[in-house]
Design a binder for this molecule. Structure first.
Ligand code: ZN
Length: 168
């Protein structure tokens, strides 16, 4: 397990489409461990493989305070919409208002290649949509109604934990 470097928005890799994961061996297991470790260390609610420089369709999200691994994920159903604040570990120091479904059902594979379906609501639905966008080279700033510097939103104090938006 290892922490990986998170790429930031100017990196062209973040604008590319990721390829499906076809290997369900040690390499993918290591990637999933590293994504989880890197996300936790950065206080994120989600992290996608291209954010650490690997164009593979694999993400981790936080749902009900647990880390869920989603490999080759697809949204197969969605409901409602809600505009809320979100941030991105690849766009540090900013947050934006983005409209997302309130509930999504994601179909994905686990690290052993087994397919499953997962319902996500609220922040987990937002994180799932945000991470899946990363796999297609889309950043939330492309979709946001408004993007603000954190200093405008939260003042200049250095109190990261008090941020209301999740970073993914
Ligand atoms: Zn992101």
């Amino acid at each position: 397990m290892a922490l990986r470097k998170i790429l930031t928005e100017e990196d062209p890799i973040l604008r590319k489409k990721s390829k499906p994961v076809t290997d369900f061996g040690k390499r993918t297991a290591d990637l999933m461990d590293d994504l989880a470790d890197t996300m936790v260390k950065a206080n994120g609610l989600g992290l996608a493989s291209p954010q650490v420089g690997l164009l593979r369709r694999a993400v981790v999200i936080v749902r009900d305070e647990k880390i869920v691994e989603l490999i080759n994920p697809e949204i197969i159903a969605s409901e409602g919409e809600e505009t809320g604040l979100e941030g991105c570990l690849s766009v540090p120091g900013k947050s934006g208002y983005v409209c997302r479904p309130t509930k999504v059902t994601v179909k994905a594979q686990d690290r052993n290649g087994e397919w499953f379906e997962l319902e996500c609501e609220g922040m987990a639905a937002r994180a799932a949509c945000h991470e899946l966008d990363h796999l297609d080279g889309i950043l939330y700033i492309d979709k946001a109604e408004e993007v603000l510097d954190d200093s405008e939103l939260y003042g200049d104090e250095d109190e990261e934990e008090e941020k209301e938006s999740g970073e993914a």
